[in-house]
Design a protein around this ligand. Structure first.
Ligand code: MOS
Length: 694
């Protein structure tokens, strides 16, 4: 057989690019079944207490309003393990913005007018939404997110730190941050002859189906969840969110399809957010910068209804040579929205702090910041003692320094002036764990010589269809255009979410396995395909569950150049450059997009994105895109992403590591370190806005 060159590793264009830019690709809220009604939620205006009355008469009297659901008349749900989905089940209000009613109407406008006409009475309890170091409610959690132990200690930190020649002791803080995907959370639910179909904007439709099956106490086969195209999620759609539950409830109540697209301003309170963290870093080193003692102590908050503990001290366990190490997590339950996953949860916050402290150590020891990191490179994972399956942080630092022109840098801070501008450069390291989950997939060879690959992967904008087709074509030794992907539907073979930078590895492993099996089958059939096609399926439950001798992480290095306006206090990033070591890069075009997207998110974290909770109302103040500034093109400098190809045979059949999150790990530190280099002033509280700089 004539074998085409493999498309894996080539910059194949997005299979669905044209469909997306022409509007042919339909996102959840763009489905409007006949007879569709529209819903608009009513958020609580208190931070803690109970609903004592919902007055719906005025709303119901408005033209087009069909019904108003409240905790008194909404269908009962069967509680599972996700408290944030138990909407309209009781009178309790755990935080501001919690949904207390849902107005359903013939039109979107009528639903919105109805929601404004609903009057809610409350009985309020005192509330507390402010996180601070001395808070009386601080406790040690059972574990940090990801199942990591809350506390780890190796050696004797206190003694080693006390005896160190060079010491850094600094606290870095971050406000809450919001995911704000371009496409708001939306669901269209439709009950038909006992079957529930939901178009939901989600990072994983299989898990949404499981959640709905539990809540509505129905067999999974009677539910279909479709997430065919998704306009970003950044973790906020990684777990089921209230919109799909509310839409399904309302649709059942009124016997019509119901569409619910959450208004932007309501998102922060109900879709999760990055929890704020206070990070105390203590580094003790010899005069040459080699670390003896490293402590990273994290304080964060969680809501009253859910324990969510941002695992921000976890990366400090593996980053550097540190014979005496202490890493801890503490959490204060407050009357706040439940925090949740936001791109590189744990790593983004923790690495900002650790990599800023490394810069302070470099300054204190008089060692170049790139060199300091190289001197503290561990030979094995300091936490587990395991070998790294591959670790090329040093190569990333060296290549980044070369490409960035680091050698020409004057190490003295505050000396590079251009009129009113101070200019500086900074560096920071990045890491993200290699994760993988079991997945199923099937592939069908059709008599016309094409292949159909089916798995419930989700494309959240990353190009999942494209890279999975490349993996399939490679395994089948077939041309890329002979492979068609079906993804984004819970009726397809079950698959994990697009999250944890693990989608491509998880789905791709199953796709690779099914295709490899099919290729063998085709050989047995002598290439002759029966009229009904020839199929193979895979389930990677066994393969992905092996616990072995390796510690697996991707690494990277970020370099930034900033200018600081001494008249206005404005910081602008001039250049960002990242070099990554993440196994084999399977599609350079879509990979570059993901790296750069992550870096822009890090830029937002450093300079423009910040959220505050109003102490009086308990509500997020910056709840829209005007007040919560996500970097736009005008904020975005020259950005370069490069990578070092790693040939790591301990990963998966494709040899890939996840790339979705590492881009925004360490970026904020690189920018903060550049601001220090520019000004000689250390800012330890993000975002670095003009009011802080002046
Ligand atoms: Mo991402 S926070 O793992 O969806």
């Amino acid at each position: 057989m004539n074998q085409p060159p493999s498309s894996l590793g080539t910059p194949a264009v997005r299979a669905d690019g044209r469909a997306k830019v022409t509007g042919a690709a339909r996102y959840a809220a763009e489905h409007t079944p006949p007879g569709c009604a529209y819903a608009w939620p009513v958020p609580a205006t208190i931070a803690s207490g109970r609903v004592t009355a919902v007055h719906a008469d005025e709303a119901l009297a408005l033209p087009g309003v069909v019904t108003v659901l409240t905790h008194e008349n909404a269908p009962r749900l069967t509680p599972g393990d996700e408290p944030i989905l138990l909407v309209l089940q009781d009178a309790c209000v755990p935080h501001s913005g919690w949904f207390v009613a849902l107005v359903v109407a013939d039109t979107l406008e009528a639903a919105r007018a109805g929601a404004r006409a609903v009057r809610v009475e409350y009985e309020t309890d005192p509330h507390d939404v402010l996180l601070h170091a001395g808070h009386a409610g601080i406790k040690q959690p059972a574990e940090a997110n990801g199942g990591f132990p809350a506390d780890r200690e190796r050696g004797d930190f206190a003694t080693a730190f006390a005896e160190a020649q060079v010491r850094v002791d600094a606290t870095y803080t971050m406000t809450p941050l919001h995911n704000h995907p371009m496409e708001p959370h939306a669901a269209v639910a439709h009950w038909h002859e006992g079957h529930l179909t939901v178009h939901d904007s989600s990072q994983g439709a299989t898990a949404v189906r499981t959640a709905l099956a539990g809540l509505f106490d129905r067999p999974e086969e009677t539910i279909t969840v479709i997430s065919e195209y998704v306009g970003g999620g950044f973790g906020s759609k990684g777990t089921p969110r209230p919109q799909c539950v509310l839409a399904a409830m309302a649709a059942r109540e009124i016997g019509r399809p119901v569409k619910l697209s959450l208004p932007r301003g309501q998102l922060p309170a109900v879709v999760g957010h990055r929890a704020p963290t206070l990070n105390r870093l203590r580094l003790g080193a010899a005069q040459d910068g080699v670390i003896a003692a490293l402590a990273h102590e994290v304080l964060t908050y969680t809501s009253r209804i859910k324990e969510f503990v941002e695992q921000a001290a976890v990366p400090a366990r593996i980053m550097y040579h540190s014979p005496h190490s202490l890493t801890t997590h503490r959490v204060a339950p407050l009357d706040v929205s439940s925090p949740s996953w936001m791109r590189a949860p744990g790593e983004a916050s923790g690495m900002y702090a650790l990599e800023s402290a490394m810069d302070e150590l470099a300054r204190a020891a008089g060692v170049d910041p790139v060199e300091l990191r190289i001197r503290n490179e561990p030979s094995t994972d300091p936490d587990s003692g395991r070998r790294f399956s591959s670790r090329n942080l040093v190569a990333c630092l060296r290549e980044g320094a070369e490409r960035f022109g680091w050698a020409a840098r004057d190490p003295r801070p505050g000396v590079r002036r251009e009129g009113a501008l101070l200019v500086g450069t900074g560096v920071a390291a990045a890491t993200y764990p290699v994760l993988v989950s079991p997945s199923k997939a099937e592939v069908l060879a059709l008599p016309d010589g094409t292949f159909l690959v089916r798995t419930n992967a989700t494309d959240i904008g990353t190009g999942a269809r494209t890279v999975l087709a490349q993996i399939a074509a490679d395994a089948l030794r077939a041309p890329l255009d002979s492979v068609r992907m079906e993804i984004g539907d819970s009726d397809l073979p079950a698959a994990p979410l697009a999250g944890g930078s693990s989608g491509t590895a998880s789905w791709g492993w199953a796709v690779h396995q099914a295709c490899t099996e099919l290729l063998e089958l085709l050989g047995e059939y002598g290439g002759e395909i029966p009229p009904g096609g020839l199929g193979a399926s895979a389930d990677t439950d066994q393969q992905t569950n092996t616990d072995d001798a390796y510690s697996r992480h991707a690494f990277g290095a970020h370099f930034a150049e900033v200018q600081v306006d001494t008249a206005t206090g404005e910081v602008r990033t001039r250049r960002l450059l990242g070099v990554y070591a993440a196994g084999h890069v399977l599609n350079p075009r879509t990979a570059r997009s993901q790296f750069i997207g992550g870096m822009i998110m890090g830029l937002g974290m450093a300079l423009t994105e910040g959220s505050t909770i109003d102490a009086a109302s308990g509500a997020f103040i910056e709840s829209d895109l005007a007040s919560y500034h996500v970097p736009a093109c005008a904020d975005t400098p020259e950005i370069e992403a490069h990578w070092i190809d790693e040939d790591d045979t301990h990963l998966n059949p494709m040899g890939s590591k996840g790339i979705g999150e590492i881009g925004n790990v360490g970026t904020a530190a690189a920018i903060g370190n550049a601001v220090y280099h520019a000004t000689g002033v250390r800012f330890r509280h993000l975002p670095i806005t003009p009011d802080k700089v002046l």
